[in-house]
Design a protein. Structure first.
Length: 104
């Protein structure tokens, strides 16, 4: 069953935006808005980027870069975990074979 959507007014870099949001997603939306607003303010404070549109694009690029970096790290970690599991399975098989030979 679909949740009911309602408009939520948010402020990013002192500009007001009305966003349609499902009731149970409102807190997550507000948390995202606070995060984005802080990232954009940080870029504006650095003074190297002028204009809200350019600040928004830089914030989006920075966030996309961080997300892709985390995904790459997660994939690498998963691969390493898989390799470690295979190595442990191999050691277990060797130990079991040694135990079986001792029983004979």
């Amino acid at each position: 069953m679909k949740q009911e959507s309602s408009p939520v007014v948010v402020h990013i870099l002192d500009k007001e935006y009305r966003v349609s949001c499902e009731t149970d997603e409102k807190e997550a939306l507000l948390k995202s808005v606070r995060f984005l607003d802080e990232k954009m303010r940080e870029i504006r404070r650095n003074g190297k980027v002028i204009g809200t549109d350019r600040i928004a694009v830089m914030a989006a690029l920075n966030l996309a870069h961080e997300l892709l970096g985390q995904q790459t790290q997660k994939e690498s970690s998963s691969q390493n975990t898989g390799k470690r599991i295979k190595a442990l399975q191999s050691k277990i098989e060797i130990a079991l074979n040694a135990t079986n030979q001792l029983e004979l």
